[in-house]
Design a protein around this ligand. Structure first.
Ligand SMILES: C[S@@+](CC[C@H](N)C(=O)[O-])C[C@H]1O[C@@H](n2cnc3c(N)ncnc32)[C@H](O)[C@@H]1O
Length: 457
């Protein structure tokens, strides 16, 4: 094919590598094609779904020859389920791809090809590692309401799952108990296309360390029926259950924020242990989703912070305070800024609970809250830690961080692409990117975290 291929074309291609987002990268006479659900070394027959000027997108019609690192996945749903996109790729090969994705982002987007990228820190446990999952109900014509995950690439179709291997026994027991109750309840699963039905989602949070389980059952605007008492069933079948909340979501979207939510049983938070800290996690509060690897990530952030005991540290995007509190032991003072007020309250309570007196947390949007704090005479930071959501820092937030003039910035990132974009701005603003250390928090998925250290040039 000398010309650029067209939409609908069929071609046999070899997958070279995996791109950010997890798709396979292939070339047709030099033209780059992103192939869904293909793995490195695979030879696949594909059909082009789109053919833009610079690259195309394609679906696999047939796996002609599997790549050398393809393995038999543990979970029978791999391929159909939208969850573990890389489970059929041997774990060491997943790590190679993630490290390359980070190197690529820093080289091509931040234009910093010479920055040292450390070898990725791989996970010890590649299954059963998640401390939170969000399942969706679907109506099985024979079985009734069934819990599962969205089908790969589908917002409107849910695949019932027998067991999710990314979580341990307790969350799976909770799923089964709620599903059995649902089938006896007379309620039907919510249909996202028709906007009919009642049962929408089940959020399960679990700490393997404290053994505690917290559940949020999301329905449309209905009362929970009495048939087969849900709480009795859960208490009997879910070891460690500390709370059940009921959220009424009468909106179209699946979001679990901003809808009326009440405690039906127990409490509205569970306890987790991270680096010796006891953290209370509110039902809607952010917590890194892999507790063991969260300790690894924070451990690296602590190393890169290089504190001596006297420094002022600003922990931006502080959540329930976990990083700030872990750093407070080695710092003079910690100031956290976080936009969710409940998380700020919990961060403050977490400080008290752990006997930490040199950390305070402030509610606000980083882009807006930093300047008034400086004007009010808050002590300026020696070190800024940022741990933003996947979208990274907005240009305005980058400007505020630059104005703080800290000696060093430790950037904890869950998205190498936005880290690289922000790195470009921070370097333009007078910092040097000293090192990047990738960490694998999410085996079998394309996600990769990084700790980057910037110093004032
Ligand atoms: C990736 S989480 C990190 C939380 C915490 N550092 C941790 O490790 O658990 C990002 C946090 O940023 C908060 N956030 C999002 N946008 C924000 C903003 N504009 N200003 C302040 N906080 C924000 C979120 O609520 C969330 O708690």
């Amino acid at each position: 094919m000398a010309d650029r291929p067209s939409r609908g074309d069929v071609a046999d291609v070899a997958i070279e590598s995996l791109a950010t987002g997890g798709r396979g990268v292939a070339r047709i006479d030099g033209y780059v094609v992103f192939v869904d659900r293909a793995l490195p070394g695979d030879r696949v027959r594909v059909r082009l779904r789109s053919a833009r000027r610079r690259h195309g997108e394609a679906d696999v019609l047939e796996l002609l020859e599997p790549g050398p690192e393809r393995i038999e996945p543990t979970c029978p749903h791999v391929g159909a389920c939208g969850g573990c996109r890389w489970q059929a790729l041997a774990y060491p090969a997943q790590l190679v791809e993630k490290e390359r994705i980070v190197r690529d982002a820093i080289g091509r987007i931040a234009h910093l090809p010479d920055v040292p990228i450390a070898p990725i820190s791989g996970a010890d446990d590649t299954l059963g590692y998640r401390n939170k999952v969000e399942l969706t109900f679907t109506q099985d014509p024979e079985l009734g309401p069934t819990l599962g995950y969205h089908r790969a690439g589908r917002w409107d179709e849910v695949l019932g799952v027998e067991r999710c291997f990314l979580v341990g026994d307790a969350p799976n027991a909770a799923k089964d108990a709620v599903q059995d109750w649902a089938r006896a309840s007379g309620l039907e699963a919510y249909d996202q296309r028709l906007h009919e039905g009642h049962l929408r989602n089940l959020v399960i949070r679990h700490s393997a360390r404290t053994g505690e389980v917290l559940l949020v059952l999301v329905t449309s605007d209905v009362d929970l029926p009495r048939q087969g008492n849900l709480v009795d069933e859960l208490v009997e079948r879910v070891p460690g259950l500390v709370g059940l909340l009921h959220q009424r979501n009468s909106g179209m979207a699946e979001a679990t924020r901003g809808h009326p939510t009440e405690v039906v049983h127990g409490r509205d938070h569970h306890r987790e242990e991270i680096l010796g800290l006891e953290l209370h996690v509110p039902w809607n509060g952010f917590l890194q989703t892999n507790t063991a690897m969260c300790e690894r990530l924070y451990g690296i952030a602590i190393e890169e912070a290089r504190l001596t005991g006297s420094e002022v540290v600003w922990d931006l995007y502080s959540g329930i305070g976990s990083i700030g509190l872990a750093l407070a032991r080695d710092a003079g003072r910690v100031v956290g800024i976080e936009v969710v007020p409940e998380a700020v309250e919990q961060a403050q309570a977490n400080a008290t609970r752990n006997g930490i007196a040199n950390a305070e947390f402030i509610a606000g949007d980083v882009a807006k809250a930093v300047a008034p704090l400086v004007e009010a005479g808050a002590p300026l930071p020696d070190l800024v830690v940022v741990d933003p959501p996947r979208a990274g820092l907005t240009p305005k937030a980058v400007r505020r961080v630059l104005e703080l003039g800290a000696q060093a910035i430790v950037y904890v990132s869950c998205n190498p692409t936005t880290l690289a974009g922000n790195a470009l701005l921070l370097v333009e603003g007078g910092y040097r990117l000293e090192s990047v250390r990738p960490v694998d928090m999410f085996p079998h998925t394309p996600h990769v975290e990084c700790v980057a250290r910037f110093v004032r040039a």
